[in-house]
Design a protein around this ligand. Structure first.
Ligand code: SF4
Ligand code: SF4
Length: 425
């Protein structure tokens, strides 16, 4: 990092030794997986910079925002509406849960057969290595899968600012009513936290800001329909991951600049991979920073990932909020309309997700789909079976993988991925 941020980290209560170790591992993984890629668009320099300063400059900016009276809200799920946080004068940041940390301590609080994502969120807290978590004035947990729901009861004893949002499990009218009631309750909690009421003007502006961010990500996705794909799956995933941390307006501008470059690349037939490279769609559990294991293995094997049906991907970003409303009430309705379409596997039944995977396979001209399930994640592992069946019925090859954050199974995964890719050629 360009500047010495140790004072800042100490004041936030981080364990400097453990944090140094984490940054070192991260830096090495980033150099090996990202920087070593060939044919990267020049626009990736911005995202490389953001990643290099993710615990430095970005945290400094957030602390400056706090000093000027804004609040920071941390969240673990794409159901938490960024628009409401922004409208209440708060900044929403994702709390990454993409690496194992302090596993021994974690397993004293959670059963061993808990998914890596939940364990990671505890590890970052117990290991005192996440400046976003420590800088947050409010941490939002949500009642999604059983693992998260019960884990938040324990997390509530480790932090003093946990707010739990209830979420529906069915896409019924009652389910929609619950989501709406929860969005209103979240609005009130955010207003109380910041002391700033949400107004029609502030909410409209926030909707525009987040719509612009999602529209830029839609633009990036649609450019990946091209063959050869102008950007690697690793780089596109990184951009999606950065969307959870970066300043939204600056992020949107950087994605649009990158898309201009990608458009030029498409005209020049300049791909990140050769035109004949097999095209893979990834579907399944979210891939939070720095969980790059699967895409690194896939792209190392010569295939290109063209899309992610994931919360860090199209499940999380598709659909904009209708911005033609004038009252706060109407805008909340519009927000509920948009978020109620997120087809997380915690919903039952969840046919929309299968339809979305089939739609994406066609749009991105994917030769095959890899279903990515985290070990012990019941919702996504259960759904992987009907997903595979639906794809098979359409003659689309599907590989179901189950893994965690450790590198122990990397060799075995690589063998299976290579065999799958060979089958596509
Ligand atoms: S998979 Fe479900 S619970 Fe997890 S972030 Fe996405 S919407 Fe939230
Ligand atoms: S939905 Fe799956 S991956 Fe997400 S927190 Fe729950 S068990 Fe873990």
């Amino acid at each position: 990092m360009a500047e010495d941020y140790r004072d800042m980290w100490t004041k936030l209560g981080l364990n400097l030794e453990a944090h140094d170790a984490l940054l070192q591992i991260l830096g090495q993984a980033y150099a090996d997986i990202y920087v070593s890629q060939k044919e990267r668009p020049e626009g990736m320099a911005y995202f490389d910079f953001v990643m290099s300063e993710v615990h430095g400059l970005r945290i400094k900016e957030l602390l400056e925002e706090k000093a000027s009276g804004r609040k920071i809200i941390g969240s673990y799920c794409v159901f938490v509406p960024e628009e409401i946080a922004l409208a209440a004068n708060a900044t929403l940041v994702g709390l990454c849960s993409g690496a194992d940390f302090a596993l021994e301590e974690v397993e004293r609080l959670l059963p061993r057969n808990t998914c890596a994502l939940i364990k990671s969120s505890f590890g970052f807290k117990l290991g005192k290595v996440c400046p976003f978590l420590e800088a947050a004035d409010m941490i939002v947990g949500e009642n999604t899968c059983d693992g998260k729901k019960k884990a938040y009861e324990t997390l509530g004893h480790l932090v003093n600012n946990l707010y739990v949002m209830d979420l529906p499990q069915m896409k019924s009218q009652l389910g929609r009513n619950l989501l709406k009631a929860e969005f209103i309750r979240f609005k009130e909690a955010a207003e109380q936290l910041t002391g700033t009421p949400v107004t029609a003007e502030s909410l409209r502006q926030a909707i525009d800001t987040v719509n612009a961010k999602r529209a830029a990500l839609h633009r990036l996705s649609s450019l990946r329909h091209a063959d050869p794909s102008p950007i690697s799956g690793l780089d596109a995933l990184l951009i999606n991951q950065v969307s959870f941390y970066d300043n939204p307006a600056r992020f949107t501008e950087s994605v649009n600049t990158m898309c201009d470059e990608l458009q030029q690349r498409i005209s020049d037939q300049h791909g990140a991979f050769p035109a004949q490279a097999p095209r893979i769609l990834i579907s399944g559990c979210p891939q939070a920073v720095p969980n790059w294991k699967l895409p690194a293995l896939v792209e190392k094997s010569g295939a290109v990932i063209v899309g992610e049906e994931s919360c860090v991907g199209e499940r999380g970003t598709r659909n904009l909020v209708d911005n033609s409303n004038t009252t706060v009430d109407e805008m909340i309705e519009a927000l509920v309309d948009r978020y109620f379409q997120v087809d997380c596997a915690i919903f039952t039944p969840n046919r929309e997700r299968i339809d979305h995977i089939l739609e994406m396979q066609k749009a991105y001209k994917a030769d095959g789909v890899i279903h990515y399930g985290l070990q012990f994640c019941q919702p996504y592992l259960m759904e992987s079976i009907p997903v595979e069946k639906a794809l098979e019925e359409q003659g689309i090859p599907c590989l179901r993988l189950e893994t965690d954050y450790s590198m122990e199974d990397a060799g075995q995964l690589e063998t299976r991925i290579q065999a799958f890719i060979e089958q596509l050629q």
